[in-house]
Design a protein around this ligand. Structure first.
Ligand code: BGC
Length: 760
């Protein structure tokens, strides 16, 4: 068979010979002819590749210029010998398939230019962590709210649009692969990466992840990029919330809660998956063959590529201690299914040796090389690997993208409390604004290097821009979270007394690349408490003594537990990390130019003691236990969020009786009965009232965000898929059990409606 295919390939090769210019080998190969099918081109190319070239495709290195600075990095100190010079040489020798974090367009082009000179001229895949916009490149990029804010919008189309715009900006510079979306379900809010995720609910996380994948990958052409669903799995419930520490999760919880978003991603055709740093029930994710290979590839049908996380193959030896050498680590990872090795100098030689010794089959290397080069054909890189400066200028930060960033920021803000103090008047108002995060770039969140100041509207700038001339703004900079001075706290109280109203902007500083100890949350920056850190609460208490109304704005990529503040301030806006125009969006909500509409994708606890108080608790969670110092209920439930208007609901039609294999259809009427235009997210939950295995008291089954004018009403139709009524029975088999189910609807004004239907 192989001989026949090779013969056909050879014939086609001859037939195309005359059509094009000869390549550097003095011929035009099948893989070089864009008129041939991708499968044929891939086959031709892989057939021509040496073992070393195939393994070379599996090698990814940290960006070229960046790599010179990175020699200081702890991970690289030992045996690090990868310099600019080496990179170009290795590339020409066909020993590199991919880079991550190339800093700018010029460097992308220099590297791609060098790739022409390798024996087969295979282009590079250039990757970057464009997590909420392309925030890590020196070229600049539109910075949207982080995922926690995107999830709060409950706006699937918007999230898809953000991803598509990010893809456009990336491609214009020369990047083709983002390590996004992070679709981990989060239970432990101490984990610094909550802000990178879509929250605690697997259904919401799955829907958001799917939208992002669609936006990034589109139909995989010159305007699209590869998405990467990460990190598989369990980082959101790791020991102590430390990034990468072990996670012990029951099989049931894995299957019910943590796997579903990844299953959705595979169904959506995600091109790559990154295993998690952590081990799961004792087995490191980077060598978890039964998950990566047997379950995800074979059972779920994943056809894309696995990329290791940053030197995590090596960490099987250096940290997790499950293998006795780095070489064995490479062996175990690649045999478990890993295709791309993210950074490190030893992989190539070690892998060649492993194949020679028969410890890794060449077939496995062929599979990896095939999928990697296939992605390059699909992205059109063989025809188009270089980019033009003009395109960068026209695409990066273009008007339409900036508008989306503002729209997303506006839709992501969650109004948690309002004692009728909001919206504020723009005229004749003396506003005092203070806090640690009122006038810096913390609002950009992690995975964004500092932006040009002219591209960012901070809360202070937003408030100033919104006010009319008859009003004044007084601002007091409180310094960073862990260095607030007592004298400034006292001054804040005094200046509050001179004002009509105070806006305090506090929370967590998530943006990276800051001074040491400046970043308080993010990757590898976890937290021991969930309350406001440093002296931020003291600041609020001091200002509270002034007796002036306080509007508290919370910035940060994770829930903040603030029961005292909830009792004592007049309004609270949970702004998460709203991106480059976050300050404008915050001011728009404060002054009523925008009606707040975000809803919580996380349950907000009262303290760190309520860590696992997510909304999908089982019925007995509420039966006995209690803390003497605090109520059992969370501070704010999942899905919470106020509006300046009010909505009325009616469940007008639903399937009252279904068979256990049917879907459920529901029609809901929603009416805006307030005096302001507003957006509402209709959320429908379902509960299997009695089940033979304990199941959650409610599960989000459907949601839709709609806009309603004053007095306007709309009918929203939902279909709850049969699978959404199912659970894993005592034999771990998925079933829908006959019996009564509850349909529950919760509105932003806390209206709760309930109906019962029966499955027979
Ligand atoms: C993170 C990944 C990221 C990778 C490359 C790792 O430390 O865990 O999420 O994609 O670095 O930057």
């Amino acid at each position: 068979m192989k001989i026949i295919i090779t013969f056909i390939v050879f014939c086609i090769s001859l037939s195309t010979f005359a059509q094009k210019d000869l390549n550097r080998n003095g011929r035009i190969d099948v893989y070089e002819n864009e008129n041939n099918s991708i499968d044929l081109r891939v086959l031709d190319l892989v057939t021509q590749m040496t073992l070393e070239e195939k393994i070379g495709q599996m090698c990814q290195y940290i960006g070229w210029r960046t790599s010179e600075k990175e020699t200081k990095n702890e991970d690289l100190k030992v045996n690090y010998k990868f310099s600019t010079h080496d990179a170009i040489d290795l590339l020409k020798e066909g020993k590199i398939g991919s880079f991550l974090f190339v800093e700018n367009q010029k460097d992308c082009n220099i590297l791609q230019q060098a790739s022409f000179e390798s024996r087969l001229g295979i282009p590079l895949l250039l990757a970057i962590d464009a997590i909420h916009g392309n925030g890590m490149t020196k070229e600049g990029g539109t910075i949207y709210p982080t995922e926690i804010g995107m999830a709060s919008t409950f706006d699937i189309d918007l999230v898809e649009k953000i991803a598509a715009q990010t893809a456009l900006e990336m491609r214009s510079i020369g990047y083709h692969w983002t390590f996004s979306p992070n679709i981990e379900v989060v239970y432990d809010y101490r984990w610094g990466r909550c802000g990178e995720t879509f929250g605690e609910d697997p259904f919401l996380v799955g829907q958001m992840g799917k939208a992002m994948i669609k936006g990034y990958q589109g139909s995989l052409d010159q305007t699209n990029i590869l998405a990467c669903a990460k990190h598989f799995v369990g980082g959101g419930i790791s020991n102590n919330g430390y990034n990468g520490s072990p996670a012990d999760i029951s099989e049931r919880t894995l299957k019910e809660e943590f796997f579903p978003p990844f299953q959705e991603a595979v169904k959506a055709g995600v091109y790559s998956i990154m295993p998690a740093h952590n081990e799961i029930n004792g087995m490191p994710c980077h060598m978890h063959e039964s998950y990566l290979n047997d379950m995800i590839r074979k059972d779920w049908g994943f056809t894309g590529l696995y990329v290791s996380d940053w030197m995590d193959m090596e960490k099987l030896y250096s940290i997790q201690k499950t293998v006795s050498s780095e070489t064995e680590a490479f062996e175990k990872s690649v045999n478990a299914g890993l295709d791309v090795h993210m950074h490190g100098p030893k992989f190539l030689e070690a892998m060649i040796q492993l194949v020679k010794e028969g410890k890794v089959q060449e077939k496995r290397i062929n599979e990896a090389a095939t999928i990697i080069v296939k992605s390059k054909f699909e992205l059109g890189l063989f025809e188009n690997r270089l980019t033009k400066r003009q395109n960068v200028k026209e695409t990066v930060l273009k008007k339409e993208h900036r508008e989306t960033a503002l729209e997303a920021a506006r839709k992501s803000l969650v109004l948690l409390k309002n004692n009728n103090v909001l919206p504020l008047k723009k005229d004749n108002n003396k506003i005092f604004i203070t806090g640690t995060l009122a006038d810096n770039q913390a609002m950009l969140g992690d995975w964004a290097i500092p932006c040009d100041k002219t591209d960012v509207i901070t809360p202070l700038a937003g408030v100033k821009q919104s006010l009319n001339k008859t009003s004044t703004v007084d601002y007091l900079d409180m310094g960073s979270i862990f260095s607030m001075k007592d004298s400034l706290i006292k001054e804040a109280r005094d200046r509050a007394e001179e004002s009509d109203v105070v806006v305090i902007v506090v929370g967590e500083h998530g943006q990276r690349n800051q001074k040491p100890n400046y970043q308080t949350l993010g990757e590898n920056v976890d937290r021991p408490v969930l309350c406001l850190r440093g002296k931020q609460k003291e600041l609020i208490k001091a200002v509270h003594q002034s007796g002036k109304p306080i509007i508290l704005v919370l910035i940060g990529g994770g829930p903040i537990a603030i029961p005292w503040e909830v009792e004592n301030v007049d309004a609270i806006i949970q702004a998460w990390e709203p991106g480059m125009y976050g300050g404008k969006a915050i001011a728009d909500v404060i002054f009523g130019d925008v009606n707040p509409s975000g809803r919580l994708p996380f349950t907000i606890p009262r303290s760190v003691g309520q860590l696992y108080n997510h909304y999908k608790l089982k019925p007995s969670s509420y039966a006995r236990g209690q803390f003497l110092e605090q109520a059992r209920t969370p501070l704010y439930p999942f899905g919470y969020g106020l509006s300046y208007t009010s909505f009325e609901y009616e469940i007008i039609e639903y399937s009252k009786s279904i068979s256990t294999s049917d879907d459920v259809h529901v029609k809901i009427k929603v009416k805006n009965i307030g005096d302001k235009i507003g957006d509402e997210t209709v959320m429908l939950y379902v509960n299997d009232i009695i089940s033979s295995v304990a199941t959650p008291i409610k599960e989000l089954a459907a949601f839709k965000r709609i806009s309603l004018g004053v007095g306007e009403e709309r009918v929203v139709e939902f279909t709850i898929k049969n699978k959404q009524l199912s659970f894993l029975d005592k034999n771990m088999k998925r079933i829908v059990e006959a019996g009564d189910f509850e349909l529950m609807l919760e509105g932003s004004n806390r209206v709760k409606l309930k109906e019962i239907f029966n499955a027979y």
